[in-house]
Write a protein that binds this ligand. Sequence first.
Ligand SMILES: Cc1ncc(COP(=O)(O)O)c(C=O)c1O
Length: 426
Amino acid sequence: MKLSQLAESIPGSAILALGNAVKERIRKGEKIYNHTVGDFDPAIFPIPALLEEEIISAYKNRQTNYPLAEGNADLKETLSAFIRDFQGLHYPASDILVAAGGRPLIYAAYQVIVDPGDKVIYPVPSWNNNYYVQLTKGKHCVIETAPENHFMPLAEEIAPHIKDAVLLALCAPQNPTGTCYSTEQLKAVCRLVVAENERRGADEKKLCILYDQIYHLLAYQDAAPADPVMVCPEVRPYCIYIDAVSKGFAATGVRVGWCYGPAPVIAKMKAILSHVGAWAPMAEQKAVAAFLRNTDAVKSFLGHFKSRIFDRLQQICKAIRAFKEAGLPVDAIAPQASIYLTVKIDLPGDASVALLNGAGIALLPFSAFGATKSEKWYRLSVGTCRKEAIGPMLQELKNVLEKSREPVHGSQGRGGPYGSLEHSPQ
Ligand SMILES: Cc1ncc(COP(=O)(O)O)c(C=O)c1O
């Protein structure tokens, strides 16, 4: 059947496809340490108890009809206070839009800014920007970031591409790397955007920043991660923030996200999403509002949750660095935030084949995040990782790495780790 050009050209998510292929092998009985997932095992990392109670009680109280299309007023008031308390920024409820998680909001932001042929700058590796550019028929302007900068895109790398770009899509703390901007790095990026917009004429489109901070509550340094409007208030008219309960509260299936930014942009996003209808469910909106109003419950959950995630990331990072010290071909970037560790596995060919077939360890290659020059780098997620599985997993990893130093006879594995899938850059 002949369908639209978009339907013919849009691929499914490579990240989900790789993850699903691993899940299928697990379902068939293979023992795999699955570190591919950008999600949580609720048996290990449940949602906050108060949030769970509030969801149940909202359904019992028959909160089951349509919510307001742009988000219920009580939730938006609560979010305004949450943004003030946790980020130090003042956004009135009218400049906030609620939807069913981060995705519809990112989609709407692209739709209000990008016309066909418009240039969108985004770093690789990064999460899903390539698909959103394709959905809006924008022009891809890709920045291949470097391990020495923790894979964050720096102002000097963005600057040569900035003329005539309409959107700069940033994610910090970043998926897949688990790394953050320093204040100085982010300030330089924001100043670049402000200067470019001052240069543009009144009838030209401005350059906006889409700032996806869905992992910001999971930052492991003492201070909150750098934030565009905090480090450079002049960028406020051009900065759209994306956030959700999905990662910070291990609530990926609860489907409540929010975005805030310049009033004219948010107003148009509201109009677009009112037709898409990707609203956060009524009961979940009520429950998230009740939970976020209880600052003590939020802080107590985050303290405990973060320490359990960070503990895993650190343990794995430390072991990998010890392997490196012992001369094995691996490395890891110190985790700064999120549920991800950036790991280098310097084996010949595709290391995910050797790891999966030789050690039963599944990681996602940075090529699944659009990177073409970082083929030795992988994302290791701890969202479904049991503490007691870490030791055996590391031992398996060590065995494979040590074996790689022995002379090779014949092929290393039983074929592709993910069946017929290839690690194409999406
Ligand atoms: C960086 C980033 N932004 C947005 C999302 C989407 O979040 P949600 O599940 O709330 O739609 C994800 C999910 O993996 C993500 O990693």
